[in-house]
Design a protein around this ligand. Structure first.
Ligand SMILES: [Fe+2]
Length: 280
């Protein structure tokens, strides 16, 4: 097994390993420690059945089935099929989500600790995934901002990404707002947290999900989110993952910002996703 850094800021690439190799404690231990220290790992050319993907996920933590059962794998409910393929007028998987910079599920009280994606049928020339390190984003905050946000909490919500469907026709704006609040209640999180494995401070929150930083007025919130966008999207600090079939990606959800990019028209893309809670 070879391990090398993908960028100085985030990610390690792992090659020359099979599912069988990963059953050895020393080999899996090296992969696991790399994930803990580098936030994101990319294992290239790893042949995996859905069952084997679940086995690997269980070695990291506790797989959490996706709430939308329509897109669960028929034999392995822990696996969510993410796909743009439509068969007989029915999508075979969930449409691609997360085409904006975010940390996974910060709008939940206790988001799963890891996300795992496996490339089943993926184009190499589009549909890339971009990654940035939230510890590195914190490090690059100007000192006055570090002081300003020290000890603050922030309100996160998925409300801005609620999709209004035909079933909501006839609702007033106030009724719709109440419904969204029930379906996607806001949660409060510390704005700066410390990673349990590296001990590094990191910024917890993305402009897409941040409703407000407690104690900031509207101008300060806007200024902060503009700065965050700028730091997260700095091309010098991003890893761009150009997918190949049989790529396995695993990242720590709290310390990893990421964004999906569009797939070129007419091209199929299917990945298998597992959300993994920290082992209890
Ligand atoms: Fe995501």
């Amino acid at each position: 097994m070879q391990i090398r850094q993908l960028t100085p800021f985030i990610g390690s690439g792992i090659t020359g390993v099979t599912f069988e190799d990963l059953q050895r404690p020393d080999v899996f231990g090296a992969l696991h420690e790399t994930l803990r220290q580098r936030e994101l790992i990319v294992v290239r050319d790893l042949a995996l059945t859905p069952e084997q993907q679940v086995v690997l996920a269980r070695k990291i933590g506790r797989p959490v089935p996706f709430p939308d059962v329509r897109y669960g794998h028929p034999s392995f409910p822990e696996v969510t099929v993410m796909s743009n393929v439509v068969k007989g007028n029915k999508p075979v998987g969930a449409a691609r989500a997360g085409n904006y910079w975010h940390q996974d599920s910060t709008f939940l009280t206790d988001p799963p600790a890891y996300s795992m994606l496996y490339g089943v049928d993926v184009p190499h020339t589009s549909g890339h995934t971009l990654y940035a390190n939230a510890c590195d984003v914190y490090d690059r905050l100007p000192d006055p901002w570090k002081t300003r946000i020290d000890g603050r909490t922030a309100v996160h919500s998925f409300a801005g990404h609620f999709i209004i469907g035909p079933e909501h026709a006839g609702l007033s704006v106030a009724e719709l707002r109440d419904l969204i609040d029930i379906k996607h209640p806001s949660v409060e999180q510390p704005l700066v947290r410390c990673d349990a494995f590296t001990g590094r401070p990191y910024l917890y929150g993305c402009p897409e999900y941040l409703r407000t930083v407690n104690g900031f007025d509207a101008n300060q919130n806007e200024e902060f989110c503009t700065l965050l966008d700028h730091l997260i999207q700095d091309p010098e600090h991003i890893y761009t993952h150009r997918w190949l079939p049989k790529d396995l990606m695993v990242w720590k959800t709290a310390t990893t910002y990421h964004a999906a990019t569009p797939v070129e028209p007419g091209v199929h893309r299917t990945v298998h996703r597992i959300s993994i809670a920290a082992p209890s």
